[in-house]
Ligand binder design. Structure first.
Ligand code: AMP
Length: 194
């Protein structure tokens, strides 16, 4: 299963991806986690990315594509993956399409988690207190939501036009949201005849 999880920051993509990976038997690939690891490791790329991330902006498409290409080439990703945090704009969506076509591994499904902005803002406030992520402070969350609306929302429209998008209600108990995603994926594989 090659799955992209879309949704605004704080919509629960990361949490749901880690709940789904065992059931689907594929790794959870989070570009945000990969960037945070680079920042923690203090690499040159990490140092460059940190300021951009703390400001709630998007890191450059080139860096992301290089990182993703390397990650998808690892053996655990050859049987599929759950992609969380990528693509975040139309250029990244096109680059992903091209990369997966080259690998002969097209996406099976794209699921978008829908959560109203008020719920997102309060979730990020809780995460800010619990984890202290600089980009979860309320002002930066508003900035990230604006970037999401402007740059990432068109990615959902792109996949909808290609008949790949499933929209799932992301509000509710964690287990209930996971069950909704699984139902959407079953629906998807039934529609594909698989
Ligand atoms: P996330 O954990 O997915 O919310 O990502 C945290 C931050 O990492 C984002 O606010 C961006 O600064 C950066 N980031 C993660 N994924 C991407 C991406 N696909 N393109 C650009 N920047 C990204």
């Amino acid at each position: 299963m090659r799955l992209v999880l879309l949704g605004a920051p704080g919509s629960g993509k990361g949490t749901q991806a880690s709940r789904l990976k065992a059931a689907l038997g594929v790794p959870h690939i989070s570009t945000g986690d990969m960037l945070r690891a680079a920042v923690a490791a203090g690499s040159a790329m990490g140092r460059k990315a940190k300021a951009v991330m703390d400001a709630g902006q998007l890191v450059s498409d080139d860096i992301l594509l290089g990182m993703l290409e390397e990650r998808l080439a690892q053996p655990d990703a050859t049987g599929g993956f759950i992609l969380d945090g990528y693509p975040r704009n139309l250029a990244q969506a096109a680059a992903l399409d091209q990369l997966l076509t080259k690998l002969g591994q097209p996406l099976d499904a794209v699921v978008k988690l829908e959560v109203p902005n008020e719920a997102i803002i309060s979730r990020c406030e809780i995460r800010f207190t619990a984890e202290g992520r600089a980009d979860d402070n309320p002002d930066t969350v508003r900035k990230r939501l604006a970037i999401y609306a402007e740059q990432t929302a068109p990615v959902a429209d792109f996949y909808a036009r290609h008949g790949k998008l499933q929209v799932v209600d992301g509000v509710g108990e964690l287990a209930e949201v996971t069950a909704r995603i699984k139902r959407a994926l079953q629906h998807e594989s039934a529609a594909a005849g698989g």
